[in-house]
Design a protein around this ligand. Sequence first.
Ligand code: CA
Ligand code: CA
Ligand code: CA
Length: 313
Amino acid sequence: MLCNANNHVKTHPRRAWVGGLFSNRWYTASMSRRSPSRPSFAGPIALAVTAQMLASAQFASAQFPSALTASDGPAHFQINPYSGGSIGSGPTCALSGTGAGGLNFLNQAWWWARVDGSDIREFAVVQASPHITAPTDNSIRIEYDNAMGRQWRIVIEFVVTSLGGNAAHLTQRFSITNMGGPAVSNISLFNFNNITLNGTPTNDLATQTGPYTVDFADGGNPLYHGIYEAVTPGSIAVGSSLRNLLANTGIDNLPAGSIASGPANLEVATQWSFDLGVGATHTFEVSYTAIPSPAATGLLAAAGLWAARRRRR
Ligand SMILES: [Ca+2]
Ligand SMILES: [Ca+2]
Ligand SMILES: [Ca+2]
């Protein structure tokens, strides 16, 4: 049954993008008609739930009600509920090769964006009433319509895969489509990750091993690795306060090519810049491979092969 409040009430709340914050404001139908240029938001608080959706969806909710999870054998990934909305610090996560609650290799993996010439800062790509599904047991798909106050459709997808030997591979994909215009120039997109290895966040080390690849190792047990790669090439940075650049007020860009070596509580992020014409879609992808001891050597090679295979596709 499709529930749309527009059909039943003349006055209804709409979610308006106000200075980067979605706020509930009460608009009458006539006010809406007087503001044709205002971004339109389909179905205010309406949540469409069909039998077909329920059959295919593991999650169907107006928010992240609790952790969203995906798993492939012992490889387990979860995204936690967040607070602060688009100007908050985004949802945290956990990635383990030994099941839910296992040793965590990744504290956060999320996306931020900014439109130069329009936005006054970066915003976490979060929105009320996402459509959340699990196309497969090992994936989470979060879909936003009219995202970021524009006529954009954004799909964020996570896929976790067990590589054996307690290693876990996580793919993050971000797809953005301009559904209605206008064309938008100079969009900056950021993928942010807070690395943690061996449960000890403050002693991690980083080495850039390729143009878009960084190999992290634990300072206490160098057999614990985490390999981050921007599958869609972009400018990579490693540091300890990258998220602050995204969550603070003001316009910031990553210190491109700056790779802090640690030991420190390290973060890694990639930045892309692109234009989005009407009807255009762009897709971005990064991967992260959590490799625990003791089978590190063989799995490092396996992770490299995986990345090479992805690049050839
Ligand atoms: Ca560590
Ligand atoms: Ca900023
Ligand atoms: Ca860290």
